[in-house]
Design a protein around this ligand. Structure first.
Ligand code: SAH
Ligand code: SF4
Ligand code: F3S
Length: 450
């Protein structure tokens, strides 16, 4: 008897731009689509469904989307000529900000789905196949989205977990409050359930995500530090991190927890944006330089080995040379283990884009170079400081050659080290022998002693 022919798996290609929240969302879109028979492919030209998960934060990020759609259109036309099909979906923050415009401007796009509507993907794909009905889903329904998500299938020993979305802070340069909507925290029980499931599937390090992750508030007045305590109590969860935090949400309880909870890693990304009080005010950051320095001082008191990372914008409208110098001074004072720095990019609809006195491109480029030279020097020095130390390294995979593993230090550094027996997910002592700007190298301590 003939076996019934199995349906061919449909192929799904996802390209992710932007922040970790998009990385998390891409993984969840994959989970939503897998029951429909979609399996991942690395090749966009072979895909039945292509999703671009987009970022709107700076002009360059947005431009990339349209040039990528242009490339995909060529693959799509070729597939159609071969009697196949390709559905092109635009997801993420550009989808939210420019939904209707994308549909008008790029006819090759079949559907557009905002960051809080991707649970509607199956329905949208069905409509696209029938070529009928609404092709855009961009409503803000965060709770509905999370409720509709299937169980997670993590593929490593580290995982992201979104606990909070959206932002009510309205920094004058930023599109996020418009693309992700108002602040929303997931219920405590949902977050704990997802963390338990991750731990059961071998995840050892969880990074909590949110645009303002430390603004998290659960039911019954549970704050972010309470959530961290509950998560730290889960067996199998060995390491906790969180990103991105806002300085004004760093409360006493959270700062104290950094000194009390060993599972909370001694590394914090705390964006400051500028060292000038006038610029911080014009940015509507709601804090000044002294406030930021004070938090850093208290964190270091609670946890002396804490390493810090941050974000900077140079060339915000009206920024003078002297104000830029205040940023350089803040960097010298704080000493960062790593940092991201960007040229200010005017974003449509944000207050700063309409401000007079935009800084010219040349000055922005020149300031960015000076700032990055200082930041990279600090990063190299921080990494070099680890040489000779023994660090607990979470093993994340095999290294480039046999007998080598790679892993993650408590300070989020990538580490390559010699070790013949470590298993993924173990935390092993590694003696650090070398460093570069972006990684460390070493040898498992017992082997170093042998
Ligand atoms: N929620 C986070 C950051 C989100 S965006 C926070 O509040 O810190 C990530 C970083 O992109 C920001 O910290 C900022 O440094 C940068 N950024 C945001 N808007 C920008 C713009 N218009 N131009 C240049 N950089 C920008
Ligand atoms: Fe953007 Fe400011 Fe909100 Fe961060 S806090 S997401 S920079 S508006
Ligand atoms: Fe970009 Fe949206 Fe993240 S604009 S940085 S993908 S929240």
């Amino acid at each position: 008897m003939l076996e019934p022919k199995r349906p061919e798996p449909k192929r799904l290609f996802i390209e992710t731009y932007g922040c970790q929240m998009n990385v998390y969302d891409s993984e969840r879109m994959r989970d939503v689509l897998s029951p429909l028979g979609y399996a991942m492919t690395e090749r966009p030209d072979e895909a039945d469904l292509v999703i671009l998960n987009t970022c709107h934060i700076r002009e360059k990020a947005t431009e990339k989307v349209y040039s990528e759609i242009g490339r995909l259109r060529v693959h799509k036309e070729r597939r159609v000529a071969e009697g196949k099909a390709m559905t092109i979906a635009i997801a993420g923050c550009v989808a939210q900000a420019e939904g209707e415009e994308i549909i008008k401007r790029a006819p090759a796009v079949d559907l557009v789905v905002g960051p809080q509507a991707y649970h509607k993907l199956p329905e949208l794909i069905a409509r696209a196949a029938r070529k009928t009905g609404e092709r855009l889903a961009a409503d803000f329904t965060a709770q509905e989205k999370f409720d509709a998500l299937p169980a997670r299938a993590p593929d490593g020993v580290t995982a992201f977990l979104s606990i909070q979305e959206g932002c009510d802070k309205f920094c004058t340069f930023c599109v996020v409050p418009y693309t992700r909507g108002a602040e929303f925290s997931r219920p405590l029980a949902d977050v704990l359930r997802e963390a338990h499931a991750l731990a059961e599937r071998g995840v050892r390090e969880i990074t909590l995500l949110g645009q303002n992750v430390n603004a998290y508030h659960g039911e019954g007045g549970a704050g972010f530090a309470d959530l961290l305590r509950r998560l730290a109590a889960i067996e199998g969860v060995d390491r906790l991190r969180y990103t991105t935090s806002h300085p004004i949400e760093m409360d006493d309880d959270l700062i104290a927890l950094h000194g009390e909870e060993p599972k909370l890693m001694p590394y914090l990304h705390l964006p400051v944006q500028s060292g000038s009080d006038r610029i911080l005010k014009a940015m509507n950051r709601k804090h000044d330089g002294a406030f930021y320095r004070d938090i850093i001082g208290r964190l270091r008191k609670a946890r002396p080995d804490i390493a810090l990372s941050t974000d900077f914008i140079v060339g915000f409208p009206g920024e003078t040379e002297k104000e830029f110098e205040a940023t350089m001074q803040l960097v010298r004072d704080v000493n960062f283990a790593s940092a991201f720095s960007f040229k200010y990019s005017p974003r449509p609809g944000t207050p700063a884009a309409a401000m007079m006195a935009q800084v010219d491109e040349e000055a922005k480029t020149e300031r960015l170079q000076r700032l990055q030279a200082l930041l990279f020097e600090q990063q190299r020095a921080f990494n070099a400081d680890q040489e000779g130390r023994v660090l607990p390294i979470l093993v994340t995979g095999d290294g480039r050659r046999p007998g080598q593993k790679h892993g993650r230090s408590p300070y989020l550094q990538a580490v390559h080290f010699d070790d013949t027996r470590a298993q993924n997910g173990e935390i092993v002592p590694v003696r650090i022998l070398g460093s570069s700007q972006n990684s460390l190298s070493g040898v498992r301590e017992e082997m170093a002693l042998a």
